[in-house]
Ligand binder design. Sequence first.
Ligand SMILES: NC(=O)c1ccc[n+]([C@@H]2O[C@H](COP(=O)([O-])OP(=O)(O)OC[C@H]3O[C@@H](n4cnc5c(N)ncnc54)[C@H](O)[C@@H]3O)[C@@H](O)[C@H]2O)c1
Length: 366
Amino acid sequence: MVIGVPREIKNHEYRVGLLPVHAHVLREAGHRVLVQRNAGAGSGACDKDYREAGATVVGSAREVYARAGMIVKVKEPQAGEFRRLRPRQIVFTYFHFAASRALVEAVIESRIVAIAYETVQAADGSLPLLVPMSEIAGRMAVHEGAKYLEEPFKGRGLLLAGVPGVAPARVVVIGGGIVGANAAKMAAGLGADVTILDVSLPRLRYLDDVMPKNVTTLMSNAYNIRDAVRHADLLIGAVLVTGAKAPVLVSEALVKQMKRGAVIVDVAIDQGGSIATSRPTTHGAPTFIKHGVVHYCVTNMPGAVARTSTSALTNATFPYVLEIANKGWRRAVEENAVIRSGLNIVEGGVAFGKIAEQFRLPLRQS
Ligand SMILES: NC(=O)c1ccc[n+]([C@@H]2O[C@H](COP(=O)([O-])OP(=O)(O)OC[C@H]3O[C@@H](n4cnc5c(N)ncnc54)[C@H](O)[C@@H]3O)[C@@H](O)[C@H]2O)c1
């Protein structure tokens, strides 16, 4: 199979779908790899490295899309990429369809085979291709939150850790999954006073077991959310309902009751956001202020730490890339239920129940 790796064009996205080491393994397995010039530069992989690994470096995205049977990338196709997609071409990437009807419509029209990283699900219910990026985004949420709490960024002028004789900042994390646990761990490590809310009692039990003493676990319900959010200096949105739009758990009225200069980092923004006042932002212009609260809602947070995140992402995606390349998508999904769970839209038909439901589209019969 010819595997194509285009350069990402989303604002400040520096990750890349495959590294030279993967080009080498694919080559050894009898495949061809086409990489767009400079695709890996932001992740520390130069064209020469790809060439030495046996890949062909081509000058344009047009050429990559025109020749590849499978495109491996990172972010959902952007408007400028829609016209390049070809019928029956496999596209393996993050799609986050739940956040965009325009993307759903464009992908249906293109008749590609869209296999979405974010819905690939292991037998134990975990999402192995979301985990590494969630680990990064969770940790980063605390870095970013700490930065925007500083006065020059219109924050409250608070140091997360406090100092002897001065109380630490209050960090509230809604959603105690991978993002939430990593955020809580980082914030706690810095000495903040952390509260983490989740709807799952087993998850709260686990967090209570593994987290340090300055982390309080709370059942997520409207009452506890209201109380915690009113007192928060830094609020981190980290909920997920797999494959669906994020539930909005903090209303605009509640944001109005937050402290002036408090910071919201809504990590769940890539699934539509869990705070009513959130709207997607970019690394170029990461924040906006609403009701006196600084909002950071970057949809591709890990893109800013591309060297770490490309390695973390491709560690997780590559075994599936190789299996799809070796078997073709039909056999790969027949033989591997984990890959099957990533099928979202196939040659014009929606194959993922929650997407069909959300957008009121017919579900494709397999
Ligand atoms: N912005 C970015 O760059 C970026 C990067 C990585 C992940 N994300 C997003 O972060 C979100 C969280 O991802 P994750 O990997 O931690 O998911 P996860 O499945 O590991 O955790 C989600 C948690 O939310 C909990 N939850 C569900 N409904 C809830 C509610 N009403 N109240 C409180 N908790 C609730 C679940 O019980 C679960 O523990 C997702 O939307 C994901 O797409 C964004």
